[in-house]
Design a protein around this ligand. Structure first.
Ligand code: GLN
Length: 194
């Protein structure tokens, strides 16, 4: 597929902020709620929200098989709940995860007092020298990853962003900052050498 159209899975959660980022970058984007809409896309963002709910709605909307096919050839980015959904293994059996990337994820793993927190981090894989603001909201933890997975950034020894060939995962919410650099990386740099 030559032209870029970013799909944003819009079943529940923080999807509209991802669309704003695509618009800021001047990239075509659509909300995805049906298999037909998914087929129009070159890229897909699975947003943060509630992974148990999104997983039920994926099934309800008949999207599961289409998503599996999509992830074989095209680019997928799971943020927060989205990272839980694309994982191979999840600590909570109520999530019907999709298994696109060899990671083991624990839901709500940062404990109650720090359910939400922010951190600043220099991420060498994105352009520019400025630190990126990382926003964690009842975030999952990436506990294990296989050889096919490259960590791209960590906080206190925990990997918070990683990828394999075509799947990107982050446990934080780049769409809630004013910084479009990770969106830009996902949309135009996933095919560059890691
Ligand atoms: N705690 C949520 C879940 O487990 C994820 C939170 C988020 O996406 N901000 O689904």
């Amino acid at each position: 597929m030559s032209s870029v159209c970013v799909g944003i899975l819009a079943l529940q959660g923080a999807y509209s902020k991802h669309k704003e980022k695509c618009e800021l970058l001047g990239v075509d984007s659509i909300y995805v709620r049906t298999p037909e809409e998914l087929r129009m896309c070159s890229h897909l963002i699975i947003p943060g929200g509630e992974s148990t709910t999104i997983s039920k709605l994926i099934k309800f909307n008949g999207l599961r098989e289409g998503l599996k096919k999509f992830a074989k050839k095209r680019y997928v980015w799971g943020t927060c709940a989205g990272m839980i959904l694309v994982a191979d293994r999840v600590d909570d059996p109520r999530v019907d995860n999709l298994g696109f990337i060899d990671i083991y994820v624990q839901r709500n793993a940062y404990g109650r007092q720090i359910d939400s927190f922010t951190a600043k981090k220099h991420l060498p894989f994105v352009d520019g020298k400025e630190e990126f603001k990382l926003i964690f909201i009842r975030a999952p933890k990436l506990l294990e990853y296989g050889d096919s997975v490259t960590p791209l950034g960590s906080i206190n020894g925990n990997v918070v962003i990683a990828r394999n060939d075509n799947i990107l995962v982050s446990s934080f919410h780049p769409e809630l900052t004013s910084d479009p650099r990770i969106h830009s990386y996902f949309i135009s740099k996933m095919d560059e050498k890691r």
